[in-house]
Design a protein around this ligand. Structure first.
Ligand SMILES: [Zn+2]
Length: 166
């Protein structure tokens, strides 16, 4: 498992100035290097709130056989599990690479307030030719067919939203 507690300290312990982005990015880079050494894509992330690390994670798609186990999704999962919540308001996500649309969406749904990244998706796409930049797959992607049983699907959502949503 590549999700780790920050330096073995209890969650919530302050370990560096809150406004020092490079300090937190170095933590994400450490996680990225660990991933690379383990044969994973070398990408790392950490979540910080009020000057303290909430969780750190690295990409582990290969070892977990989970194509969604990007560093950012993994760090969000771990933070939500630790805090027993679906919302990470007030957190800043640090990632060594700009979050892909999946990770950006997960950050949005978790109500993360700020994302700081190192390399851009355009940088990554130059190397791999298969990233999703601007929401579009440069190397092809699934066909999107909408509207199938829309009314039935929408009725479930209406009932849920009418009850206040999540
Ligand atoms: Zn991602």
């Amino acid at each position: 498992m590549t999700v780790i507690a920050a330096g073995g300290r209890p969650t919530g312990a302050a370990i560096a100035p809150a406004d020092d982005d490079a300090t937190w990015m170095r933590l994400a880079l450490e996680a990225a290097r660990r991933a690379g050494l383990a044969g994973e894509p070398p990408i790392g992330a950490c979540l910080v709130r009020d000057g303290a690390v909430v969780a750190t994670a690295s990409n582990c798609v290969v070892s977990s056989l989970d194509i969604t186990a990007h560093a950012e999704v993994s760090v969000i999962r771990e933070a939500c599990r630790r805090e027993r919540t679906l919302e990470l308001a007030g957190c800043t996500l640090y990632s060594t690479v700009e979050p892909c649309p999946m990770c950006f969406a997960a950050s949005h749904y978790a109500r993360i307030g700020r994302i700081v990244f190192g390399a851009s998706l355009a940088d990554f796409d130059e190397l791999t030719g298969s990233e999703l930049t601007g929401g579009r797959a440069t190397g092809g992607g699934p066909r999107l067919d909408g509207g199938c049983l829309r009314e039935e699907s929408l009725a479930l959502l209406r009932r849920w939203a009418g009850g206040g949503g999540r």
